[in-house]
Design a protein around this ligand. Structure first.
Ligand SMILES: Nc1ncnc2c1ncn2[C@@H]1O[C@H](COP(=O)(O)OP(=O)(O)OP(=O)(O)O)[C@@H](O)[C@H]1O
Ligand SMILES: [Mg+2]
Length: 420
């Protein structure tokens, strides 16, 4: 399942796996690097790491570990010349516990020094000034064998009120990513009691989410693979039980493990969140690479959308803002806030606006079909690839032409193309 991330886009630059529960000690020499590390500590990806920052560079590091055990990662900023630095690092090596990784932040682009450092077992050499995400990525890469080119993107979709259409949009988005981008995609239904992903794909899958969340000790790639229900060539579903005979009160920890495992094995993960604002749901949102907020054009939705957008933006300073989708526009006789007014009040443009159409959406829901399979040429259907482009940075390869009902014409088109 890992061979689908081919070309990277700008959006991929922000895909950095969160750090595990590790201890990191940083020895800085300059204010700039100290500031950067302090800011990095506020980032969602470093939430679990325990970081201690002190001044003094390589000399202070040697002093610190003469007697004390070493942490998982030591990061040393240095402006020393190569000979002095290498001497201190050799001394430090004598005190380092097996398994401790060392990252050096230097101020000169010196290839010879870089090679010397790697030869001595230093994990990375970064050159100041650093980018915040570059700094976090360097540590993250030490603990995530699949990071860098292979890391999956987690897209969470949530509504600003119940019933605004967030699940419908999440499922259609997942389906479109799988078909238009021909990329492995998993939809995770976290609406455990009422989830509709199974219905929307006309499937009666086993409840994968609950099994995956219930036994975190046992959860690994193989088990997760078995819990996924195939929903198409490239699409799988981690389904909710959608029953009310039991209650489930999983916390973020259980979901986090599912998310971490999925991002190591699947390039695209779409999480369908219920309309709740709890510790776990907020943490799932914070841990996502992209967020889609689905809303309707009325006052309560506007207030909620603004509150959610503000809270999430504050907590995700180094990420792109959540994306806004306005759904069910134009319900007959309903007084609505005009899309322009809504966007002005939110101080942002929606990535997509979908009209209300009871017939199209009703048919799709009742038949367990995706919008494109009910009516390809429709403003609502055509909005889904726009959402895909905003969250993945990619557009469908026109030659694929699986969309818009061209699937059946494909062999004929291929023949014509070959002939041409
Ligand atoms: N643009 C639309 N026009 C008409 N009906 C729509 C539209 N979008 C969604 N619907 C319908 O609205 C209903 C609710 O949609 P959906 O279940 O996706 O909402 P939700 O936000 O996920 O709700 P919940 O709060 O239960 O999670 C469904 O019957 C769906 O078909
Ligand atoms: Mg829903």
């Amino acid at each position: 399942m890992t061979d689908d991330i081919d070309e990277r886009t700008d959006r991929d630059a922000s895909l950095v796996a969160p750090l595990p529960r590790i201890s990191i000690q940083v020895f800085t020499e300059t204010q700039d690097v100290a500031h950067l590390v302090q800011n990095a500590c506020q980032d969602r990806r470093m939430a679990k790491a325990h970081v201690k920052i002190q001044t003094g560079g390589a000399g202070a590091a040697v002093e610190a570990y003469r007697e004390a055990p070493t942490p998982n990662v030591i990061i040393i900023e240095t402006r020393l010349n190569s000979v002095t630095l290498l001497g201190l690092l050799d001394e430090l090596a004598g005190y380092c516990d097996a398994g401790t990784r060392v990252i050096i932040i230097g101020h000169v682009n010196d290839v010879l020094l870089y090679r010397e450092l790697l030869r001595r077992g230093v994990s990375d050499y970064l050159i100041a000034p650093l980018s915040l995400l570059g700094f976090i990525r360097s540590i993250s890469d030490l603990f995530n064998p699949e990071s860098g080119a292979k890391l999956g993107r987690i897209i969470s979709v949530i509504g600003t009120k119940g019933g605004v259409g967030s699940s419908t949009i999440a499922h259609n988005l997942g389906y479109t990513i799988a078909t238009d981008l021909d990329a492995e995609t998993v939809i995770v239904d976290l609406d455990l009691a009422f989830g509709t992903a199974g219905l929307d794909f006309n499937q009666d899958p086993a409840s994968g989410v609950v099994e995956a969340a219930a036994d975190p000790e046992r959860l690994d790639g193989n088990l997760l693979d078995r819990l996924l229900s195939p929903c198409g060539e490239r699409l799988s579903l981690l389904a909710a039980p959608a029953t009310t005979d039991r209650t489930f009160d999983f916390g973020f920890q259980q979901y986090e493990q599912i998310m971490d495992l999925l991002r190591q094995t699947v390039p695209n993960i779409v999480i369908d969140l219920p309309h709740v604002w709890t510790d776990w749901s907020r943490k799932v949102l914070l841990a996502s690479d992209e967020i889609v907020i689905v809303t309707e054009p009325d006052l309560a939705n506007l207030r909620n959308a603004k509150n959610m957008m503000d809270s999430l933006s504050v907590l995700r300073k180094n990420d792109s803002k959540p994306h806004l989708v306005i759904n069910k526009v134009g319900i007959a006789k309903r007084p609505e806030i005009a899309v322009g007014e809504f966007a002005k009040a939110m101080d942002m443009q929606p990535i997509a606006v979908l009209p209300y159409d009871a017939q199209l959406f009703g048919a799709a829901s009742n038949n367990g079909q995706m919008l494109i399979d009910v009516q390809a040429k429709h403003k609502a259907t055509e909005a889904i690839p726009d959402i895909m482009r905003a969250v993945t940075g990619r557009v469908a390869d026109p030659s694929r032409a699986k969309r818009a009902g061209l699937g059946v014409l494909q062999p004929l088109l291929e023949k014509l193309r070959k002939r041409a």
